[in-house]
Design a protein around this ligand. Structure first.
Ligand code: OTU
Length: 630
C-alpha cells in the first residue's frame, strides 16, 4: 500500500487534534491489514483511497465522540485481556418487551440477573422497525432510534451504564445484511435518490435477477419463493434474502460499508460491549455463487473489526452463522469475530437426546470444538430462532448416519410425530421441494416437560428436568461463554398465544419467545414446583462454574466411556481437573469410566476404581484437585 500513512489525515488537520495521540498508535497497528483488505474489496475503484481515508476519518470522529466511561472500558477490557473466556462469565438473552416491558423496567430486573450470576445480557433487537413486519426486530428502520414502546436510545445508554457498574456487559444485534424497507435509506431510494439506490441491490427487470437467483436458496420458503421482491415504490426488483420487507445492503459499494460503520460505532458509543453480527453468511454477493460464506464476507467483517479496533477498542463481535461447521469456523478469529454461537453443539445436544447416542456429538467435540487463541464459543441450548440440523453430512457418515434421513427423523421426533418421543416442538419453514424443515419450541417443551405434565407422568417429568439440566450442564462446562435463554431457568413451556396474533401466526418461532410470568418467577425458590426445580439446577450450574477457574479452560478432552449413551469429557487447569459425564438415555446406566472426583452438582464422591452410576439423563461434574503429577 503506497498511501502515505498520515498524509490525508494531516491535510485534514486531524493529527493536530488532542485525541489523535491515543488514536494514532492503533491506526499504525491496524493500517497494513486495514488498507490491504479495503483494497481487496474496493481497489478496482478510482475513489478507493479516498473512501479508505474517509473510513478512517470517520472512525476517528467516532472515537472522539466516545463517552469517557466507555473509553475507560476500552483501556480496562481490551479483547486481548480475554475476559470473555473467564469462568465468571454467564450470558443471558431476552426480548425487552416480553421479558421486562421496557428499558426502565428492565433496570429493575438487574437483581434477578445478579441472582443467576449473569454477566452478559443480550437484548434482542430493540430498534425502530415496521409495525407488523419486524421479523422479531430483525427488520431495522433506524439504528439510531429504538422501538418507541421500549424507551429511547438514551435509556439504552443509561441501561448500559447501570449494567456496567454491576459487571454486566450489554450485547445487541448489528443487523448489517439488510435494513427494513422503512429505513430512511430505503425511503430515499424509493424517492429515486441515486445515492441511496446504490445502497441496495436493485434491478429494473426480473431477467437481471435470474443469474443471481440460480445459485440461491430460500431461507424462509414458507413465506415466499425466490430472493427478489418487486417494489412498486421503486418500480424495481430488490434483493431480499429473508422477508420481502428486509432489503439486502449492497456492500460492493464502499459507501455502504462506511455508512454501516458509522452505525456500528454509534451503537458502541451507546455502551454496547458486544455486537452480535446477524446473518454473517449472506453479506457478500458474487454472481455464479450461492452468495453464502464468500471470502468477501470475511474481508468485510474484518474491515468492521478494524474500525472497532480504532474507534471503540473494547468492542467484541459475536458471529451468527448457522451454516456448515467448516464455514462457521472461518468467521472465528481475533481479526474477525472473537465470539461465535455454537449451533453445532446446540443441535447435537438435541440430536443425542433424541437418539440416546452420543457418537455424533463426541465426534464434533473431538474434531470441531477447539478454537484459535483469543476466541470463544457462545454455548447455548435454545435461542429466539429455530433449530436447524446443521451437522456435516460427512461427519454423520463417519459414524454411520445418513444425514438426510437423520434430519427427517429428528424433525419427526421433535414435532412429536414419532413413537416414544418426549418432545412437543413445532415445525418451521417446511420446504416441500427439499424436504427440509426446522424446529421450534421452548427448551422445556422440547426436553419433555410439557408432555410429561400433560401425561401427568412424574417419572417422565423428572427425566425431562434432568434432560434440561444435562443440556445446560454441557453448555455451562464445555468451554466458552454459556448463554441462558431467559425463561428456560423457570422451565417455561411453549407459548401458543402466537397462533392468535395475525402478526405472529405465520412465524412459529414465537412459540419459544417467552413472556415473563411473575407467577412463575415467584415459584423459583419453591422446590415443589417445576419452576423451582429448574431454577435451583440452573443456579447451581452458574455458581459452581463461577467458583472453579477450570471452567475457563476453553479446550476439552473427550473420554471413551464404552457406552453409546454416555458422553464424558475432561478439562484441566493447573491442578484442577473437571470430568463431565452425561447420560443421554432414558434409563439408568453404569459405566466404568475410571473417573473420580466430587460432584459439584450433587453429593456423589466418585472413586476411580468404582463404576459410575447415572440415572436417566443424569449429569455429574466431577471435580478434583490433583496433588501429585501424573
Ligand atoms: C437471523 O437468523 C436471525 O437470528 C433471525 O431471527 C432473522 O430472522 C434473520 O437472521 C434475518 O435477520 O434464517 O432462521 O443460515 O438463516 O442468520 C434463522 C443462517 C435465520 C441464517 C440466520 C437467520
Amino acid at each position: 500500500m503506497d498511501l502515505p500513512l498520515f498524509l490525508p489525515f494531516e491535510a485534514r488537520g486531524l493529527t493536530q487534534k488532542p485525541e489523535w495521540a491515543e488514536f494514532a498508535p492503533r491506526l499504525e497497528t491496524q493500517w497494513e491489514d486495514l488498507s490491504r483488505r479495503f483494497l481487496q474489496l474496493y481497489g478496482h475503484r478510482e475513489d478507493a483511497e479516498a473512501q479508505l481515508a474517509e473510513l478512517v476519518a470517520e472512525a476517528f470522529a467516532a472515537w472522539r465522540a466516545r463517552p469517557a466511561v466507555f473509553q475507560e472500558r476500552d483501556r480496562r477490557r481490551p479483547p486481548a485481556s480475554l475476559w470473555f473466556q473467564s469462568q465468571e462469565q454467564v450470558g443471558a438473552v431476552a426480548y425487552v418487551d416480553r421479558w421486562a416491558g421496557d428499558f426502565r423496567a428492565l433496570e429493575a430486573r438487574v437483581p434477578y440477573l445478579k441472582e443467576l450470576g449473569v454477566t452478559y445480557l443480550h437484548l434482542m433487537p430493540f430498534f425502530l422497525a415496521p409495525e407488523n413486519e419486524s421479523d422479531g426486530g430483525y427488520a431495522v428502520s433506524s439504528y439510531r432510534h429504538t422501538d418507541p414502546r421500549l424507551g429511547t436510545m438514551d435509556d439504552v445508554q443509561h441501561l448500559a451504564q447501570v449494567l456496567d457498574k454491576e459487571g454486566i456487559v450489554l450485547v445487541a444485534d448489528f443487523v448489517f445484511n439488510h435494513t427494513s424497507h422503512e429505513h430512511e435509506w430505503a425511503l430515499k431510494a424509493r424517492e429515486g435518490d441515486p445515492v441511496y439506490q446504490g445502497y441496495y441491490w436493485l434491478f429494473d427487470h426480473k431477467d437481471e435477477t435470474a443469474p443471481w437467483q440460480a445459485g440461491l436458496r430460500d431461507i424462509f420458503p414458507e413465506t415466499r419463493k425466490g430472493s427478489f421482491t418487486w417494489d412498486t415504490g421503486l418500480a424495481k426488483w430488490v434483493w431480499t434474502t429473508f422477508n420481502s420487507f428486509q432489503w439486502d445492503l449492497n456492500y460492493s459499494n464502499p459507501e455502504v460499508l462506511r455508512a454501516m460503520a458509522r452505525e456500528l460505532t454509534s451503537l458502541a458509543n451507546r455502551g454496547l460491549g458486544i455486537l452480535r453480527l446477524d446473518a454473517v453468511a449472506f453479506v457478500w454477493k458474487q454472481q455464479g455463487t450461492n452468495c453464502e460464506n464468500l471470502p468477501g464476507a470475511h474481508t468485510l467483517i474484518q474491515l468492521f473489526q478494524a474500525v472497532a479496533r480504532l474507534a471503540c477498542p473494547s468492542l467484541l463481535f459475536l458471529s451468527e452463522a448457522i451454516v456448515h461447521p467448516d464455514d462457521i469456523a472461518r468467521y472465528i478469529s481475533p481479526a474477525e469475530c472473537q465470539l461465535s454461537y455454537n449451533p453445532l453443539l446446540m443441535a447435537e445436544l438435541w440430536e443425542a437426546s433424541a437418539t440416546k447416542e452420543v457418537k455424533l456429538l463426541e465426534l464434533s467435540l473431538r474434531t470441531r470444538h477447539a478454537l484459535p487463541a483469543g476466541t470463544a464459543w457462545v454455548n447455548y441450548v435454545r435461542c429466539h430462532d429455530d433449530i436447524g440440523w446443521t451437522f456435516a453430512d460427512e461427519d454423520a457418515a463417519q459414524v454411520g448416519i445418513n444425514g438426510y434421513d437423520h434430519r427427517q427423523f429428528l424433525n419427526k421426533f421433535y414435532t412429536g410425530d414419532f413413537d416414544g418421543t418426549f418432545s412437543r416442538g413445532v415445525s418451521f419453514q417446511h420446504n416441500p421441494d427439499t424436504g427440509d424443515r426446522r424446529i421450534c419450541g421452548s427448551a422445556a417443551s422440547l426436553a419433555g416437560v410439557e408432555k410429561a405434565r400433560l401425561d401427568e407422568d412424574p417419572a417422565a417429568l423428572q427425566t425431562a428436568l434432568r434432560r434440561l439440566t444435562l443440556l445446560y450442564g454441557i453448555a455451562y462446562s464445555a468451554g466458552g461463554l454459556p448463554l441462558l435463554y431467559l425463561g428456560d431457568e423457570l422451565g417455561v413451556e411453549n407459548w401458543y398465544g402466537y397462533e392468535k396474533d395475525p402478526a405472529m401466526v405465520k412465524d412459529s418461532r414465537w412459540v419459544h419467545r417467552p413472556l415473563w410470568s411473575d407467577a412463575d418467577a415467584a415459584k423459583r425458590h419453591d422446590s415443589t414446583t417445576v419452576a423451582g426445580r429448574v431454577f435451583e439446577r440452573l443456579l447451581t450450574l452458574s455458581r459452581q462454574r463461577k467458583a472453579h477457574a477450570v471452567f475457563g479452560t476453553q479446550g476439552l478432552e473427550v473420554l471413551a466411556t464404552g457406552h453409546p449413551s454416555v458422553l464424558a469429557y475432561r478439562k484441566v487447569l493447573g491442578n484442577q481437573r473437571l470430568t463431565v459425564v452425561g447420560n443421554f438415555s432414558e434409563t439408568p446406566v453404569k459405566v466404568w469410566a475410571g473417573v473420580s472426583g466430587r460432584d459439584l452438582l450433587g453429593s456423589l464422591v466418585q472413586q476411580a476404581q468404582h463404576p459410575l452410576e447415572l440415572p436417566a439423563c443424569g449429569l455429574v461434574w466431577l471435580y478434583e484437585e490433583v496433588t501429585s503429577a501424573r
